[in-house]
Design a protein around this ligand. Structure first.
Ligand code: GDP
Ligand code: IMO
Ligand code: MG
Length: 441
């Protein structure tokens, strides 16, 4: 039975939450494998809207188990608030949510360092979510981080916390001129959080291994996206985790040999929140129009998202880096009223046209997009059930995108609702999940 990874192909917010929610009834387990509460995954069910931050989007389905893997960094206060909010809305967590012992903990000095570092960077700031995700991964790599397992060991937690606070306070005071922390102010609340979370904390890689051996289907839910990957993204304007498909193995403890397929999620245009190069950004009023039509405001911070045209270089790169076999294309409806639609097919830089993603910061900052323009369809796509329901020009747009990125679309989404989704006829998705098409018709 297939174990499939869902990854973002652009700079995040492609609609991964919606895609995972649609696929969840076809699987037994959904796993988050990286990132933290910097993520905001929106799932719309009828009149209800859920925004998931640390918890897998699969949690809305009562018969599916959800795992927060070792590659995630977890803010206990934030995850408890998220859990309580879900329980208030009737979601079952007990027996359905499992948190890795190895996941690293975001402690109050991490958001403080995140914000202080951003302030110090000035014009070079990343535009982080301020959740402390970057500094928590710094501690993990520096081997001074505190894991969920450590939080459950009071003496060890106190030792590690004392050592960390002494170091962090020096940094905050001497480098950043920012307020410092006292051990006792953190220790007691975090021991309480540990007690609250203890029933959920376990060896999740062992559980996953047993479940996979028993024939369970696992879906890996990526957060952020390829262009924000710590190795493959637009460094340094990235997040601090491995957002690409390889991260699903390291961030869950499931070996790569047990992963059977990779599905990318892409918007029919592009958005980015925060700083960093964005060659196809629309700087004029059209950008604002798309922002309004697509409701492009951050699900975590509420910041307006920068909007731009579809970038085929980015998608081709994402297909290559992740090994994507098929793409779910979202938000086609947002382009419904555009009289022309542009597709970026290359970057012009110093007289040359680049057709592969450049790694150099300066090249990306100065790259001028080369566009192909097609005339818009100027009619509604919302709620189309099959491809034939789409206007001919919209189908032409999709066909050209598929040709440029080299893999077929498995889904085309035309609205936030579950039912506003086409599963394409030739979709590889039906090979992995034979019932998915009928589940939406
Ligand atoms: P994620 O972080 O990748 O899960 O994406 P977000 O949830 O941050 O952002 C995607 C937004 O677009 C959410 O508000 C979704 O409800 C919404 N959405 C998803 N698919 C579509 C679509 O096809 N059309 C429209 N109009 N909205 C969509
Ligand atoms: P989802 O999972 C869009 C961006 C931030 C910033 C950079 C680093 O909803 O797609 P961080 O707080 O991670 O250190 O910020 O990454 N970023 C996201 N952008 N969607 C996200 O998540 C993001 N998570 C982080 O805006 O530019
Ligand atoms: Mg999001």
């Amino acid at each position: 039975m297939p174990n499939i990874v869902v990854v973002g192909t652009q700079w995040g917010d492609e609609g991964k939450g919606k895609v995972v929610d649609i696929l969840t009834p076809q699987v037994d387990v959904v796993v988050r494998f990286q990132g933290g509460n910097n993520a905001g995954h929106t799932v719309v069910v009828g009149r209800e809207k859920y925004v998931l931050h640390s918890i897998p989007s699969g949690i809305l389905h009562p018969n599916v188990r959800c795992v927060i893997g070792c590659g995630v960094v977890l803010d206990p206060a934030s995850v408890i608030e998220e859990m309580e909010g879900l329980v208030r809305r009737g979601v079952t967590l007990d027996g359905n949510l499992f948190i890795s012992k190895n996941a690293h903990v975001i402690l109050p000095y991490h958001p403080a360092l995140d914000r202080a570092s951003e302030a110090k960077l000035g014009a070079r700031r990343i535009g982080t979510t301020g959740k402390g995700v970057g500094p928590a991964y710094v501690d993990k790599a520096a081997r001074v981080g505190i894991r969920m397992a450590d939080l459950l060991d009071e003496k060890l937690f106190r030792d590690k916390l004392e050592w960390n606070i002494a170091q962090k306070n020096r940094l905050l005071r001497e480098i950043y001129d920012a307020p410092t922390f006292a051990v006792e102010d953190i220790l007691n609340p975090y021991l309480r959080y540990a007690g609250w979370l203890a029933p959920y904390i376990t060896d999740t890689s062992l559980l996953l291994s047993k479940w996979i051996d028993a024939g369970y289907d696992v879906l890996f839910e990526g957060a952020q996206a390829t262009m924000l990957d710590v190795d493959h993204g637009t460094y340094p304007y990235i997040t601090s985790s491995s957002t690409t498909a390889g991260g699903a193995a390291t961030g869950s403890g499931v070996p790569p040999t047990k992963i059977n397929g990779i599905l990318g999620v892409a918007k029919a245009y592009t958005t980015r929140v925060g700083g960093g190069p964005f060659p196809t950004e629309m700087k004029g009023p059209l950008g604002e129009t798309i922002r309004q039509r697509g409701n492009e405001y951050g699900a975590t911070t509420g910041r307006p998202r920068r909007c731009g045209w579809f970038d085929a270089l980015v998608l081709r790169y994402a297909v290559r880096i992740n090994g994507i076999e098929t793409v779910a294309l979202t938000k086609l409806d947002v382009l419904d009223q555009c009289d022309t639609v542009k597709i970026c097919t290359g970057y012009r830089y110093k007289g040359d046209v680049l057709t592969e993603m450049p790694a150099e910061e300066t090249v990306l900052q100065q790259a001028e997009p080369v566009y192909e323009e097609i005339s818009g369809w100027m009619s509604s796509t919302t709620g189309a059930k099959i491809e034939a329901d789409l206007p001919a020009k919209a189908r032409q747009y999709l066909a050209r995108l598929e040709e440029l990125i080299g893999v077929p679309f498995c889904m085309v989404s035309t609205g936030p609702q579950r039912a506003e989704t086409i599963v394409t006829e030739s979709s590889p998705l039906t090979r992995w999940y034979p019932a998915v098409r009928s589940s939406l018709l």
